[in-house]
Ligand binder design. Structure first.
Ligand SMILES: Cc1cc2nc3c(=O)[nH]c(=O)nc-3n(C[C@H](O)[C@H](O)[C@H](O)COP(=O)(O)OP(=O)(O)OC[C@H]3O[C@@H](n4cnc5c(N)ncnc54)[C@H](O)[C@@H]3O)c2cc1C
Length: 411
């Protein structure tokens, strides 16, 4: 059943259906077999907050199986050896997986290369030497990376970063701190953004460059794993760079133009998170509809009470709009548009309405809504956090307003 008045391209539908079948075959059975590792935080994390060896082995297995089956790298550009599917396929596949799996079957996060952890479009401009050194491991899923932009004193205004790349021979030395870097605790490489020309950076005229840094490089240190939202472990870390030597082959794209790569990376994150908002929202709505139809109070199913059914109708309306906005923004990106306004709208709206849908689903479930087994609280946590990651709602509104006042009022 589709609510769309237009057809999605055949290759996009085939990619979506294929990856869902992969998830059914490779991800769900692992969750059933390894619940003690995957469901129980005591099995999932080590004392220091990193994933346990058993959890990491399962993550790697899923990545490598998905790579062998051709799904993991299907949205990686062909120039890097990937399948070359575009932003629309990326949005559609992620949305379908989030909706299909919900938050409990989280190994599905590793079935498709995440823009910041795997072989991503962001790497299109790496050097030939970097390609030969690192791409094979990223493409076959045995290795992963992370995206080091934010710093303790530079978040929304990321151009304020102070990590420095000081010229040294034909290379550079990096010093500074990064924070909130997702996947850093277990990544093999980090794309580190650093100031290479302080004057240009101050004037917001470039001056920031991106470097591929192995996480075992001398001077690269994971300071701590950051526990978010009461979790006992986590994906985010704080990093220190102390005089880390980098050579010209490690430069990503052009010198001083790294901020462009950062903005492009973040825009991929917005596609991903728009899909996550819609997917989790639809997953929660479906749980709520089932529950409301069978749970009885005062002599009939609670679905008969408008106090229960109207919030779900509103959630469905909002999710439908968010779904269309996400599809449209992804299509514009595939047409070569920057889609700054449309993608900002899609991400901010999808995350907010996805969160609201999950919240309403919790309410419909009564006390049941707060149990760990159902996973609604996990989706609620995740979407709450995504109101900040990859551009806060306020920063996205700021971007939309800037576009509007520049005359971009097309809607
Ligand atoms: C789960 C998670 C994962 C992340 N992963 C990564 C990662 O992998 N790599 C990475 O580099 N970063 C990562 N981040 C960091 C993320 O990009 C930043 O949190 C985000 O850019 C906001 O920055 P900040 O947290 O420093 O908030 P601040 O920039 O300090 O903002 C604080 C508040 O002020 C508001 N604000 C700021 N400026 C304005 C303005 N002009 N108008 C109105 N309101 C404003 C913000 O909206 C926010 O509400 C992650 C964050 C989270 C939560």
């Amino acid at each position: 059943m589709s609510a769309l008045g237009f057809a999605l391209p055949e290759d996009v539908l085939a990619a979506r259906d294929g990856i869902l079948a992969f998830v059914d075959h490779e991800v769900l059975p692992r969750h059933a077999r390894h619940a003690a590792v995957l469901d129980d935080p005591r099995g999932r994390y080590r004392e220091d907050g990193r994933y346990s060896d058993a959890a990491l082995a399962l993550i790697r297995e899923v990545r490598m199986a998905a790579a062998a089956a051709g799904y993991f790298q299907m949205c990686t550009p062909t120039s890097l050896g990937g399948g070359g599917l575009g932003h629309l396929a990326y949005f559609v596949a992620w949305e379908a997986m989030f909706r299909h799996c919900g938050p409990r079957h989280w190994l599905m996060l590793y079935a498709l290369s995440h823009w910041a952890f795997g072989p991503s479009r962001m790497l299109e401009k790496i050097t030939d030497e970097a390609r030969s050194r690192i791409m094979a491991g990223l493409m076959d899923g045995s290795r992963s990376m992370c995206f080091g932009l934010s710093e303790p004193n530079a978040g929304s205004d990321a151009a304020m970063i102070t990590t420095r790349a000081t010229a040294d021979g034909d290379g550079w030395r990096l010093s500074g701190r990064k924070i909130w870097t997702t996947n850093a605790p277990v990544a093999d490489y980090c794309v580190v953004f650093a100031v290479t020309d302080a004057e240009r950076a101050r004037a917001k005229q470039g001056g920031i460059s991106a470097f591929l840094v192995p996480t075992d490089a001398t001077g690269f240190r994971i300071e701590r794993v950051i526990r978010m939202f009461g979790h006992v472990g986590g994906d985010e870390a704080e990093i220190t760079l102390d005089d880390v030597a980098v050579a010209p082959w490690q430069l990503v794209g052009e010198l001083h133009e790294g901020f462009r790569a950062a903005l492009y990376g973040v825009s991929l994150g917005r596609v991903y998170n728009a899909a996550r908002g819609v997917g989790y929202g639809r997953w929660a709505l479906e749980r709520a509809l089932d529950y409301a139809a069978q749970r009885e109070a005062f002599g009939q199913a609670i679905a008969h009470y408008q106090g229960v059914s109207f919030p779900l109708a509103e959630a469905a309306t909002e999710l439908h709009a968010a779904h269309l906005m996400g599809l449209n923004a992804a299509l514009l990106l595939d047409q070569g548009e920057a889609a700054v306004k449309e993608l900002s709208m899609a991400k901010a709206y999808a995350v907010q309405v996805g969160f609201r849908a999950v919240d309403r689903a919790m309410q419909v479930h009564g006390a049941m809504g707060f149990t760990n087994e159902l996973g609604l609280t996990e989706a609620w946590h995740t979407l709450r956090v995504v109101n900040v990651a990859d551009g806060t709602n306020e920063i996205l509104n700021r971007t939309i307003a800037q576009r509007l006042f520049k005359g971009d009022t097309a809607l």
